[in-house]
Design a protein around this ligand. Structure first.
Ligand code: CA
Length: 223
């Protein structure tokens, strides 16, 4: 999943970006409201973490503009302590959630997962396809009850497929949601990672779960 982080405090932005990347998210960053608005309109991100106090255009204005344009990407606002009015204004403007600074990073991760679940057709924290289990909270993956060890990118790809289980996902979709703008759009990368995943998820099992749909992409499903 791909997340846009709009935060002008560079130290904090760097820490959040690193934490999100370690959790397997692709992260795009903007450091003022104008850049954030542009990126939110341009990139197919799955969620936006939006600071309220921003240079050029503040977070509330960014949010207002996005919603006015019909862009409904889930937004978590970052607010200063005691900024009750900001919280109210933010929620009324169409924010999905907010977090008061300073916050515990694990809480931000939990809130992101909750937003992504709300958007997905899958509502459970543990996504199941046949005997495959993808735990989106702990990032643990099991096949037939046995733990499968995946790299961060392999996990991100599997999670992306799992949230859309039963639906065909195109290579372009995968590239756009698993990688940020700094990565060259090369859909061969997807095939390489699909192969890694197949080796770890399907190879030792008679029932295959990752299927190629010729000319369309991939689908995770039972049969
Ligand atoms: Ca700020």
């Amino acid at each position: 999943m791909r997340i846009l982080l709009v935060e002008d405090e560079l130290d904090l932005a760097g820490i959040i970006k690193q934490g999100l990347a370690e959790a397997g998210y692709a992260v795009d960053m903007a450091h003022d409201g104008e850049e954030g608005l542009y990126m939110a309109e341009t990139y197919p991100v799955d969620a936006i973490i939006l600071d309220i106090m921003l240079p050029i255009v503040d977070g509330i204005e960014v949010l207002k503009t996005l919603r006015k344009k019909g862009i409904l990407t889930p937004v978590i606002l970052l607010t200063a302590r005691d900024a009750l009015l900001d919280k109210i204004k933010g929620l009324d403007t169409g924010a999905d959630d907010y977090l008061t600074k300073p916050f515990v990073f694990d809480e931000l991760l939990a809130r992101i997962r909750s937003l992504l679940r709300r958007k997905a057709t899958v509502k459970e924290a543990v996504i199941r396809v046949a005997d495959l289990e993808v735990d989106t909270a702990s990032h643990q993956v099991k096949r037939g009850g046995k733990s499968v060890s995946l790299s961060a990118k392999e996990y991100a790809l599997l999670e992306f497929l799992a949230y859309r289980k039963g639906s065909v996902v195109s290579r372009t979709d995968i590239v756009e949601h698993i990688y940020n703008e700094e990565v060259e759009m090369d859909s061969n990368v997807v095939d390489v990672y699909i192969n890694y995943l197949r080796n770890k998820i399907d190879k030792d099992h008679r029932k295959k779960l990752i299927h190629t749909v010729r000319g369309a992409g991939y689908i995770l499903k039972e049969d």
